[in-house]
Design a protein around this ligand. Sequence first.
Ligand code: FE2
Length: 567
Amino acid sequence: MYTLGINAAFHDSAAALIKDGVLIAAAEDERFTHIKHGKRPIPFSAYELPFHAIDYCLQEAGITMKEVDHIAYSFDPSLLNNHQQKANGNNNVATSIFSEQWNDLFLSYMQQAPQHLRDGYPHHLQKRLSGMVIQPERWHFVEHHIAHAASAFFPSPFKEAAVLTLDGRGELASTSYFVGKDNSLQKVGEVCMPHSLGMLYEKMTTYLGFLHSSDEYKVMALASYGKPVYLDKFRSFIHLDGKGCYTIDDFSPEEAFGPARKKGATFEQRYFDIAHSLQKVLEETVLELAHWLYKETKQENLCMAGGVALNCVLNAIIRDKGPFKNVWVQPAAGDAGTALGAAIWIDRKFNAGTPAQPMEHAYWGPAYSDADVENLLQWMKIPYRRLNNVAAETARILAQNKVIGWFQGRMEFGPRALGSRSILASPAEASMQQKLNEIKDREDFRPVAPVVMEEVAGEWFENATVSPFMLFVYNIKPDKADKIPAVRHVDGTARIQTINKKQHQLYYDLLYEFNKLTGVPVLINTSFNTRGEPIVCSPKDAIACFWTSPFDALVINSFLLEKNAVA
Ligand SMILES: [Fe+2]
């Protein structure tokens, strides 16, 4: 039985395909369309479906839409619609997540999604989608936070867990609590709009001169440079009831903190302090919610998803100071992951007898054969060399302090590059962080993150064990700090990825070879893209990015491209 999951309501449009409990493929639409996050999260774009990601998933399985048994869409418009109808005439109930006037348009787009899937697909995809009749029993609207929760719990290593989902907003909920047991998810509470920790972070992202629903991770990085000067001010806006609920005052950031930072303006210390105070209030608030959830559920494991769960500094606080013994975060914690969660949720309904499949890696996107890549290189008339030992020869290039594009195997699902579509470099010199920021045209304050061989992670990072998805920060061990200065953030932490052979053999082998040459089992791993662009997907994307950016070499499957070799 095939179940196709679709996320399209807001942004990070994505598709995922499951066959009888087994994940076949998952990808974000942005990788195919080159529009970051797929689209902006506004009512006018709500109708756009991730046709390219859907087509890729079907292609990976070798099926057409006719063979898809169920379609799970990660938003339930009836929840918003019912609420709106109930609220008619009651001014005290928040009915709208956008301006009131666009609610009907937004709802209509959601309700018509099955028709859009049938009729709206691009001409060149017709073959795979043709002949499709979407009977009502095949189409499932899945509550947004259930989709987040399903993506967090079912692929986790746990049979039982508490689940916390935190995002900007779903239909109405912005924070939800569940208990997951085997094949069930039981909701134990929620916080609804307009109160939303995710929206608070988004609002301050805009205030700090960044793009909301996109650049929140930059605010998190900025926070490390500040002091908690405005913490009490933020605390005064958030009201916790001790029972898992909270409200947030509708305050004006300009009135509270002074003029907003204009896009591209220099950073005054005030902005660092505001970002720091915001991050701290988020951490202490979520920590308190986590304590309530623990008391309520008495579970020792916690699973998390929702865009806020991409905040790896917050996640580390929950891990270190929270009441749960184990914490697992869905690697596609943002809305893309709801395509996966919705598909799992529906698959579990029909395949309750089979166990859910743990997600040990995030490599669920397209891969390309050596023949594909070599044909393309020859067609493009680009000089290249076939490597006899990809890991050893690439390690030698990296040991010479060169920056390489690394394109190997199936593309990652989720916002992090994890060694399939990465830019890699040696962490041995502090200046490499600045160099990479220049190469990628990123802001100076942005840190770069390390990948480390799993079995020695604890020797280099305090209390590090297994962290394959770059979702938690760890302190660098003091005796190792001078060996990997480029990946040390200003606060002494690093957002690590651990890697083992099973997850990605060639990537692991590269670290092994680099360690043999340098005594350092760590590399800088940053995403294979430049500012404002999604991570590359195809060999053509990778080659285009390489030739329009100042990095030194590209290792794509078995082939090496070097700029100095062309001169
Ligand atoms: Fe969400």
